[in-house]
Design a protein around this ligand. Structure first.
Ligand SMILES: C[S@@+](CC[C@H](N)C(=O)[O-])C[C@H]1O[C@@H](n2cnc3c(N)ncnc32)[C@H](O)[C@@H]1O
Length: 288
């Protein structure tokens, strides 16, 4: 299955949820949420801004439609780079993955897509995934993923955990997520940068200090220097090793990814899923 095909399954469920809430007005609500997201993302570096709110099903529909497949595809491309650098990304039968700000599903879909593309070259038989996100409403979208995917070879265990990086009480007592082999931070740093009054910095320090030796971190974000510089400062202070990085690279989804899978919704809303993007990434490793 392509990422767009998987996204279509999630969108159908979200459209139903939004229709239940808004009845005949659902399409207008969704159209207004596309604008809400676009406008809010232009303002991410503004320290006075309000946090984005993804609770409403119309907003979650708009996010998944517009961003999940392309963000997932970028992560697949980063995993391929890891493979070129290190060989197999996962060294054991059980792969532990933690997706920070992973509620919308892009990150876990990417890991599963990568594992299905390289099924004979990665030793993984089981994936244990922690989706950490402050928005509980995302939980329903992806926790029954294994029913929706044809995962003949892989046993999948997805755990959604509410966690707000600006609230230390929400992460101080959670430990399991720190045991991951791979951490993903996809379009997450930009979302919390302006909310960091020191506490988010403590989250990064805890994360990098308590992750296990050899753990990999994938950061990718919208290219803006202010977010890259902020994140570079934090991983540098923790002494992580940069395996590969790039700033403002133009990325396009892989040729197998066809946005036409979502044609029905494109006709309805006149909105295209995001495809090309300027992206910055860092592939990092904690010393063994
Ligand atoms: C732009 S989305 C990125 C989602 C996904 N990783 C991707 O690449 O498509 C940012 C995510 O971070 C979550 N988020 C925002 N602020 C957060 C916080 N303070 N703590 C934890 N999650 C947060 C949002 O709920 C949202 O799911």
């Amino acid at each position: 299955m392509t990422l767009f095909q998987l996204v279509k399954v999630a969108l159908d469920a979200l459209y139903e949820e939004a229709s239940h809430k808004y009845g005949k007005g659902v399409d207008n609500e969704i159209v207004s949420r596309f604008s809400y997201l676009t406008t809010s993302y232009k303002d991410l570096s503004n320290n006075g801004r309000n946090p984005l709110n993804y609770k409403d099903p119309a907003t979650r529909f708009a996010y998944v439609y517009k961003y999940v497949a392309s963000h997932g595809d970028y992560i697949v491309q980063l995993l391929r780079i890891v493979r070129e650098e290190l060989g197999a990304v996962f060294k054991d039968k059980t792969a532990r993955v933690t997706c920070i700000g992973g509620g919308p599903g892009s990150d876990i879909l990417a890991v599963l897509k990568y594992l299905s593309d390289y099924s004979s070259e990665e030793p993984v038989a089981k994936v244990v995934c922690y989706l950490l996100d402050k928005e509980q409403a995302w939980a329903d979208t992806w926790t029954e993923l294994d029913d929706k995917l044809d995962l003949s070879r892989i046993n999948l265990n997805v755990n959604f955990q509410p966690l707000d990086v600006t609230e230390p009480d929400s992460w101080a007592s959670q430990r399991k997520f720190l045991e991951a082999d791979l951490f993903t931070l996809s379009y997450f740093v930009s979302e919390v940068y302006a909310l960091d009054e020191g506490v988010v910095g403590k989250f990064w320090a805890t994360l990098f200090e308590e992750a296990k030796p050899g753990a990999l971190f994938l950061y990718d974000d919208n290219g803006t220097e202010v977010f890259n510089n902020y994140f570079d400062q934090h991983w540098n202070a923790a002494g992580l090793e940069l395996l590969k990085g790039s700033t403002n690279t133009q990325l396009t989804p892989s040729s197998s990814e066809q946005a036409s899978e979502l044609a029905m919704y494109k006709d309805k809303f006149g909105e295209n899923p995001k495809l090309k993007s300027l992206l910055s990434y860092r592939i990092l490793r904690k010393e063994t």
